[in-house]
Structure formats: C-alpha cells, structure tokens
Design a protein around this ligand. Structure first.
Ligand code: ARG
Ligand code: ZN
Length: 854
C-alpha cells in the first residue's frame, strides 16, 4: 500500500479520447464512458482504476468482453494496439460523504477529482500523466438542475420529452482525470468578460445560489486582475472562450483548478463588507488568482506523478503570493506569508510527519497536500527567483512553459528550465527538493574598531528528520545589510550572500562605525537564523532597518527573546520591548498595517516552537505577562488614543483603510488584556456599531475570551443575526473555539452538540474542531480532556470524510514537543485513534507515522 517515487513507470496504455455520458440523479447517477485506448509500452492488460463501484457492462470495440476485478481495478485483457473500451457504472452522489468524486452539496451536484477522485466516477487510468480529450454529455431533470456545466466549451443543449434536458461540453485541451469537473444545479450567474492581450474575448461566469449573487463582485474583480497580471508578469494568456467558477458549500479544501470550470469552497468566493472580514477579502483574491494561475502552472503543464505535486502547487502559491503583494502592501503580504510558513510548515518539518518538498513515498496522496509541498515549495521557487533576478527568472519561466506545454512534467524539469533559461547552476540547490527539515543558520558579526572591516561568520545545520539522519548543506540565499549604530544609516549596499557550504565568512569593507546585522532580509531563505544580537541592537533595528520584513523581524525577535527568557525562568525584563513598541506606534512614517503586524506578540504556538519541551501553562503566563506589561507601559490612555486615531467613520476596502482597521483592532486587543470594564464596554460598542465584519468580528473574538454578561450578549446577538448565513456562523463557532477562557473545553464540547453543528460540512467541522485543535490552552488542558475531545471527533469524522479527518491528526502528532505529562496524554489519544475500527488509510497513515520514529 506504499507508493514510491522511484517506482514510476510510463503508462502501458494511453487514452487519447474519452466520451462520457452522465444521466444525473442525486440518488442514482448512471455513467457511460467510451475510452479510445492505445498501447504505449509493455504488454499488460488495460487496468482501469475504480473507487468501489461495480461495472454494469464492459464492451470492447462494441462487443461484450472478458474482464475481471483486482481489488478496485477493472482489468481488461486486450489483444491489439488500439481499442474502444466502454464501461457503465451507477453511483450515488447523495450518499458520497467523502466529497471526492461526484457528490451533492446544497441541492447541487458537483465534483472534486484531485488527486484520485475521478476513479470514483468512472473506471479510468486515474494518473496525471495520461492526458485525454473529453466529450461530456450531461442529462438531468430540467427543473431541479437547470444549469449543466463541464470543462471547455458548450457545443450543444436541448430538451428531452420527459422534463429532462441535456448539454454537451467539449474540452479541446487534453487533460488528466483529476482536472475533470461537472456541475448541475439551480444556479445564478455573475457574468463579465475579459479581453486577452491578443484581443480574444473570454466570457467569465461566477455561478452561485441566486441569493448569493450580490456577494460575487470581489471575486470577479480579482479574477480579471489575475488574468491581466499573468499576461503582464508571465506572458500567460487564457486559452478557452469560457472561464467558469462555481461556489459550493461543502468542499474539502479551498478550491480546485479544473480546466475552464474552477470549483470553489464558497468561503473563497462570497464576500461583502457586512459578512466578510478584510482577511476574507484578501484570501478570496489570493485563492481566485491561485486557481486561475493553475491554468498554466497545473493544467497546460501538469504533473507527471503525484510526487511532483509541488511542481504545480509550490510554483502557483509563489505566483499568487506575488500577485497579492502587487495588489496591496508587499511588505505586509510577506510578513503574513512568513507567519503562515512558521505556523504551519516549520512545525511540520520539525515533527514526525516531516517530508521533503518532493516526497519519496506515501500511503495516501491526500495527506501530502501540505504546507511543505505548498508553502515551502513556494519558498523554493522564490529562492530561485531571488538568485536569478527578475529578467532571468522570466526567461527561465518562459522556457519552462514553452518546453513543457501540453505535457506532464517533473520538479526536475522545472529546475532544468531555471538553469538553462536563467544561466545558473542549481546542482546543489536540488537538495532543497530531497531533504526535509528547516535549516538553522548561526550568524555573528564582528568588527574591530578602527579596522574598517566587519566579518560575518555563518554556519548552517539541518536537523535529522524521520528517515533522513544525515543531511548536506543546502545553498541558502541570504540578503544581508549592515547599519551603523551611531549614525543609524545603512553602511553598505545590500548583498546577496549564498551560503552553500556548512560555514562561510563574509567580509565587509569600509565599515567606519560599529555595525549592526540585518540578515535574511525579506525572509530570502526559509530558515531559522540564530544571532547573538542583544535586546538593544534588536530595538535599534526595529526602529531603523530599511527592509520592512527585517524591521518586523527585529521586533518579533526582541519579543520572542523576552518570552523565552521568562518561560525559562530567566530575565524577562519587558522594558526594551515596551520602549520598542512605543517607538513603533509613535513613528508617523510607518504604514498602519505594518505597525499592526509589528506590535503583535508572537503566538503561544510559535513561542512553544522555540522551546525544547513545552509547558503550555508557562507559555501562556509569559505571554499574558508581557501583554499586560505592554498595556501598562504604554498606558490605557495611549492605547485608547491609538484605537481612536485609527477609526474611520465610513467603511472603505482600500489598503490604507484595511491597515487602519488592523492597527485599531490590535490596540483593542491590548486594551482588553486585563478585561478592564471600560475596555470591555469599548469592545461591546465597537461590536454593536460596526458597519463591517472586520470590526464586528474583532470585537467578538476578544470578548469571547472574557467572562460576564457582555460576552454572552454579543455572542447571542451574533448568532441570531447570522443564523442563516453558514459562512458567518462558522466564525461564531471559531471565535468560541479559540477562547482563552479556562472553561473553553466545556464550552466547545457544548458547541459540538449545538443544533447548527455538523461534521458533514468540512467548513463547520474545521471552524469548531480544527480551530480548537490550535487553541494552546483548551486543546492542551492539563487533564487531557481537549485531546480526548479532538480524538473522538476525529474518529467520528473519519467515518464520513477521511481526508478532512486526517487533517486533525498533526496537532496530536506534536506530542514529543510537550512536557512529559501532556506528551503521554497526547500519545494515548493517537493510540486510541489507531485502535478505532475501520480506520481510513488517510488517518491510519498520519496517526501511525505520528507514533513512529522521531
Ligand atoms: N489543487 C487544489 C489547489 O491547490 C487543491 C486540491 C486539493 N485536493 C486534495 N485531494 N488534497 O488549489
Ligand atoms: Zn493549487
């Protein structure tokens, strides 16, 4: 059951064309498939993957044929070189709770095929290197399913005598089964159009339930901006006459890049100021762009096998990150992306589920849609782009697209294109694709007064990860600059230092005063940098560094050093942090959005990641203590003034207004640190009078951690106000799941019995259980009740939806990082999960690996 990268073999049979005929019905859908097959290699029978369904009929070249089942595979011996193979199956979309293949969601029928869902629809060689031209005929009840969509262009439609109707779609671009899609339902459309750089008019459609139509404008604007951006930045033009997006309420992930018919989790489409936060608006633009960009990095050039997943995902995440950076504040976007990397990917790299960006083996590929493949993969592309510079990187991506268009390619193909198109040797850089783990760099700067020289000593190590005890040094591109302590000025041009050995020394000349080190500027390499910079030096850099990321980083490091010192029982004097926060708040030249990011304390989880053995209580105490010290040190009055100064009378969605809201709500967070009655009243007022969800939810989230009548009243109000908007109700569940109250476990257990809670909807399950599993207090309650709750919910969810259930394992999988008492309780729950009957292979893989060798 383990699939290995080294076992890749080219397919024995190709499928140049397929005709699919769907007789759609939620209870029983009949699927007829006619595959034109042609021998490519070997002499074996045709093997078609299935997903548990039985073939009702199998015909070869029009005649009944011999076949057998081997597990879920339909095996058909074929004598010649080319045949027409016809199969017929029946499937039941409305009982498909896994949400893979064809399923029902809110009265619609829709599909999700990546990675291996297509086989649950029809017997097919379900692997990404078999590129097929599709003709699809859909027939369904006209009243229940007036809209029938699939990939490509609609070539015909008509009524049938019995109240049913049909539509036929042809996709001219050959594609693997994972990019197939269909949607049937009662949908309204927001229509628009885009004229491509060569003057072709593309018809755009965003399809949603009629009532949601007013919430599709932002997604449409983002789509058009993404189309223009990909032309301008990568020279990529859209290729079909139609581009459709459908939003569905039940979806395992964010969205899916099916050719010409993207299907989205509705949370990444629907937005208006009343129901969506600024973060939601940004996420929508990012995901719409991501899926659109896949049309080239994913669909036109796809993956040879699933070990190459980062070929499309790492590159596409990089592309969407750069798009979002261009559309708003690049500095704040980079800070957010690094925060995500550190929150999700670094812990993965440091735990039992660590794997390289290009994994070597898997039991269930769905478990490898990870922060490592996506976000670390994006960092790999970013490092290559940094080393090449914009012009050479563009030449290299042009070569990549030209060379591999219409094919299924590998990560190696991408690197070769970077080398040949960019004129660079990446032989050692390839280690980034094969070695797991986060590199650590020790950096120290010395300067002998009067010498005019500064020497930067660098040393890198890469910790062992499961199956990889010994590592080699990887090339790390580090952007470095020096600042004068006396002058406050930059002492040299920024240098790109590529550390490709275990150790190196870099000499800077013409240094006439004591220099301070600014390193890994812009987070140019996804590594942990350990420096010996003092609190005073970090405070200085937090006020003077001219790279916004480095400036943010100096402040974060300053805070982190204090917090770690406090947890370890050492010197936790908050004065330097308070002074640096005061200076940052007072600097009128800074963008409020930046200030909002810079003065937020590191999360409890991230503080824990710095410790050898985490005691969550000690972490919480240290963070609460520093928060209180910052509140007191700056003063209630000053925080309240900052809150007031960043208030706007009228809602706008531009970056400036978003930044002001961010800073205002960070100020509100500090004000609530000690639950002073006037601060609670201020938050309650903000909640009541807000004209947008960002402010309303910020107040609600803060109040959810308080005790008393105000909290209960705003939660009840929010619930009643939004009871029939599922996406907003998810926020209500999450706000409570993340509460820092001591009784949060009981509150969350009660919410799991709330009539609006269901495990059948992945968004709802994640909103409560997924969010709670990140709550460093409730989840890690000392008696183990939080662990037990998550494990029991996970086991229940696994019966319905293994992919979504498996995503709940990693929080328990971090058990080795915690103090012995917690570690034992977490481990016991992993064992409890593994002992559950009929466990999916998704959960089995994650839980067994989590208990396995460190
Ligand atoms: N390709 C999709 C995206 O990145 C995600 C598909 C996730 N599917 C899965 N089985 N994990 O936009
Ligand atoms: Zn993607």
């Amino acid at each position: 059951i383990v699939v290995r990268r080294e076992d890749y073999r080219p397919p024995e049979w190709l499928v140049p064309e397929v005709a699919l005929d769907f007789d759609l019905d939620p209870a029983l859908t009949r699927v007829k498939a006619v595959l034109a097959v042609r021998r490519n290699a070997g002499d074996g029978p045709l093997r078609l993957d299935g997903g548990g369904q039985q073939p009702l009929a199998v015909r070869v070249d029009g005649a009944k044929a011999e076949w057998r089942m081997e597990g879920d595979q339909l095996v058909i011996p074929l004598a010649g070189e080319a045949h027409s193979v016809e199969t017929e199956v029946e499937i039941a979309p409305e009982t498909n709770t896994q949400l893979m293949g064809l399923y029902a969601s809110g009265g619609l029928l829709c599909t999700q095929c990546e990675a291996e869902g297509f086989r649950r629809i029809t017997f097919f060689p379900d692997r990404p290197d078999i590129l097929v031209r599709y003709q699809v005929k859909l027939t369904a009840d006209q009243r229940q399913f007036p809209v029938l969509l699939s990939n490509g262009d609609r070539v015909g439609a008509g009524m049938m005598p019995d109240g049913r109707h049909w539509a036929e779609w042809h996709d001219p671009f050959p594609k693997p089964g994972y990019l197939f899609a269909l949607v049937a339902g009662d949908l309204a459309v927001n229509r628009d159009s885009f004229t491509t750089m060569s003057g072709r008019v593309v018809e755009l459609g965003i399809w949603v339930a009629e009532a949601d139509l007013p919430r599709t404008g932002h997604a449409m604007a983002a789509l058009k901006a993404a189309m223009a951006w990909d032309e301008r930045v990568y020279g990529r033009e859209y290729d079909l006459d139609v581009f459709n997006i459908v939003a569905v309420a039940d979806f395992n992930f964010g969205a899916m890049e099916n050719k010409g018919l993207n299907i989205f989790n509705s949370r990444y489409i629907l937005a208006d100021p009343e129901t969506a936060t600024d973060a939601d608006f940004d996420a929508i633009a990012g995901v719409v762009a991501h899926e659109y960009f896949h049309n080239w990095s994913g669909d036109r050039v796809t993956c040879r096998d699933w070990f190459q997943l980062s070929l499309k995902e790492g590159f596409t995440v990089y592309r969407d990150q750069e798009f979002s950076a261009d559309m708003g504040s690049a500095a704040v976007k980079r800070i957010e992306d690094v925060r995500v990397l550190r929150a999700a990917q670094f812990p993965e790299d440091a735990g039992p589920l660590a794997h390289p960006v290009r994994p070597e083996s898997y039991m269930e590929i769905a478990n490898f849609y990870t922060a490592t493949v996506y976000n670390k993969g994006a960092e790999l592309i970013r490092m290559m782009a940094t080393m090449l510079g914009p012009e050479r990187f563009r030449a290299a991506t042009d070569l990549y697209f030209a060379r591999h268009d219409g094919t299924a390619a590998t990560c190696e193909d991408f690197v070769v294109a970077m080398e040949e198109g960019g004129g660079i040797d990446l032989s050692r850089f390839r280690l980034w694709y094969t070695q797991a783990g986060t590199p650590r760099v020790a950096a120290s700067l010395t300067h002998a007064p009067g010498s005019g020289k500064a020497v930067l000593r660098l040393a890198q190590t890469l910790p062992p990860t499961p199956g990889q005890p010994d590592k080699q040094p990887q090339p790390l591109p580090l952007r470095v600059a020096l600042f004068g302590e006396a002058s406050g000025a930059r002492l040299c041009d920024e240098r790109l230092v590529v550390l490709d050995e275990a150790q190196a020394e870099v000499v800077f000349d013409g240094i006439g005063e004591r220099p301070l080190l600014s390193i890994n500027r812009g987070f140019s390499a996804p590594v942990i940098v350990d420096t010996d910079r003092s609190a005073a030096e970090l405070a200085f850099l937090s006020a003077h560094d001219d790279d916004p990321f480095a400036r943010y980083e100096a402040m974060q490091q300053l805070m982190l050093d204090r917090l770690v010192a406090t947890v370890s029982g050492g010197d936790g004097d908050p004065a330097p942090v308070v002074a640096a926060v005061r200076a940052t708040i007072a600097d009128p030249t800074l963008d409020p959005a930046f200030v909002g990011e810079a003065i937020v304390l590191p999360s409890e989880a991230f503080i824990g990641d710095q410790l050898a053995s985490v005691d969550p209580d000690a972490v919480a105490r240290a963070r609460d203590g520093l928060r209180q010290a910052i509140l007191d040190g700056i003063g209630h009055g000053a925080w309240r003034a900052l809150w007031a100064a960043n208030r706007d009378n009228r809602y706008e969605l531009d970056p400036r207004a978003k930044g002001r809201r961010r800073l205002k709500n960070v100020a509100l967070g500090y004000l609530l640190a000690d639950e002073a009655p006037d601060a609670v009243a201020l938050a309650a007022d903000q909640y009541r009078y807000a004209d947008n969800m960002t402010d309303r939810l910020a107040a609600l989230q803060l109040l959810a951690s308080t005790r008393g009548a105000t909290r209960d009243a705003v939660l009840a109000d929010f619930h009643d106000r939004w009871a029939d908007n599922g996406l907003v109700l998810d926020k209500w569940f999450t706000a409570q799941a993340l509460s820092t109250r001591a009784d949060v476990v009981e509150l969350v257990e009660a919410l799991a019995r709330h009539p609006a809670f269901t495990l059948a909807n992945p968004n709802r399950a994640r909103a409560l259980i997924g969010a709670f599993a990140t709550n460093q207090r409730g989840f890690h309650a000392a008696d183990g009740r939080g662990y037990r709750f998550v494990a029991d919910m996970l086991i229940a969810l696994d019966r319905l939806n293994p992919q979504t259930a498996a995503r709940l394992v990693p929080p328990l999988g971090r058990w080795r990082r915690f103090e012995p008492g917690r570690a034992a309780l977490m481990k016991a729950q992993l064992e409890h999960i593994l002992a559950a009957p009929r466990l999916s292979k998704d959960v089995y893989e994650q839980a067994s690996k989590s208990l396995g060798p460190a």
